[in-house]
Write a protein that binds this ligand. Structure first.
Ligand SMILES: Nc1nc2c(ncn2[C@@H]2O[C@H](COP(=O)(O)OP(=O)(O)O)[C@@H](O)[C@H]2O)c(=O)[nH]1
Ligand SMILES: Nc1ncnc2c1ncn2[C@@H]1O[C@H](COP(=O)(O)OP(=O)(O)O)[C@@H](O)[C@H]1O
Length: 204
C-alpha cells in the first residue's frame, strides 16, 4: 500500500500573516505540498477567483455541505463560514501527497481531533503590538473590529501550546523557510526518508 501524505495545518491569530506566508510558500515553483482550497460564504474581494482563492458559496449551500458531512472542519469567523472540503483532503493524502491547510484556530482544533497525526504549526507574531499594527495597516477593519480582533488574538495565543511547532512570523521569507524545514524534519522523524530518497532518485 502507498504511504499517506502528511496533513500540515498552519494556524494562528487573525492578522499574524497566515495568508501572506501561505501565498509565499505556494509561489515557489517547487512547492512540495498541495493547497486545500477552502469554502467560504464571504464575498470575493477584488481580484479573487472562485476555485483558486476560495470556493465561494451562499450560506444555504454551505449549510447543506455541513449537513452532508462534506467538511473536515468549519468555523464562523467575523460573520462568515469557512470550511475545508473533506473529500479533497482524504483523496490527496491517500494519493501520498502532503496537504496544506491555512485556517483559523477553531478549525485547527477540530482538525486536531479528527487527524491527531497531522502536523500543527502555529504562526506567532513577534509581539502583540506588532500584531495590532499589522491589522491596522491591512486597513480592512474598523476601530471596533480591531479591538475585538485583538481581544480574540490574546485568547488565540493561549492555544499556542496545543501545537507541535510555533513559528515566529518576523519576516515572511524567514517564516516560510522555517515551515519548509519543519516539514522536511517531520518527514524524517516519521521515517519517510526512504520514500523521499526514492522520489529523488526517480527525478534524477
Ligand atoms: N476554519 C477555517 N478557517 C479558514 C478556512 N479558510 C480560511 N480560513 C481563515 O479564515 C480567516 C479569514 O480569512 P479571509 O476572509 O480570507 O481574510 P484574511 O483575514 O485576510 O485572511 C483567516 O484566519 C483564514 O486563515 C477554512 O477552511 N477553515
Ligand atoms: N512578516 C511580516 N512582516 C510585516 N508585515 C506582515 C508580515 N506578514 C504579514 N504581514 C502583513 O500583515 C497583514 C496581515 O496579514 P494576513 O496575511 O492578511 O494575515 P492573516 O491571514 O493571518 O489574517 C497584511 O497587511 C500583511 O501584508
Amino acid at each position: 500500500m502507498r504511504e499517506k501524505g502528511l496533513l500540515i495545518v498552519l494556524s494562528g491569530p487573525s492578522g499574524v500573516g497566515k495568508g501572506t506566508v501561505r501565498k509565499e510558500i505556494f509561489s515557489q515553483p517547487n512547492a512540495a505540498f498541495e493547497y486545500s482550497i477552502s469554502m467560504t460564504t464571504r464575498l470575493p474581494r477584488e481580484g479573487e477567483v472562485d476555485g483558486i482563492d476560495y470556493f465561494f458559496k451562499s450560506r444555504e449551500e454551505f449549510e447543506i455541505l455541513i449537513e452532508q458531512d462534506k467538511l473536515l472542519e468549519y468555523a464562523e469567523f467575523v460573520g462568515n463560514y469557512y470550511g475545508t472540503p473533506v473529500d479533497y483532503v482524504r483523496e490527496t493524502l491517500n494519493s501520498g501527497k502532503d496537504v496544506f491547510l491555512e485556517i483559523e484556530v477553531q478549525g485547527a482544533r477540530q482538525v486536531r481531533e479528527k487527524f491527531p497525526e497531522g502536523l500543527f504549526i502555529f504562526l506567532a507574531p513577534p509581539s502583540l503590538s506588532e500584531l495590532e499594527s499589522r491589522i491596522v495597516n491591512r486597513g480592512t477593519e474598523t476601530e471596533e473590529l480591531i479591538r475585538q480582533r485583538m481581544l480574540a488574538a490574546k485568547a488565540e495565543i493561549e492555544l499556542m501550546d496545543l501545537y507541535d511547532y510555533v513559528v515566529e512570523n518576523d519576516h515572511v521569507e524567514h517564516a516560510c523557510r522555517r515551515i519548509n524545514a519543519i516539514v522536511i524534519a517531520e518527514h524524517c522523524r516519521r521515517e519517510r526518508v526512504s520514500i523521499l530518497y526514492k522520489k529523488m532518485l526517480e527525478v534524477k
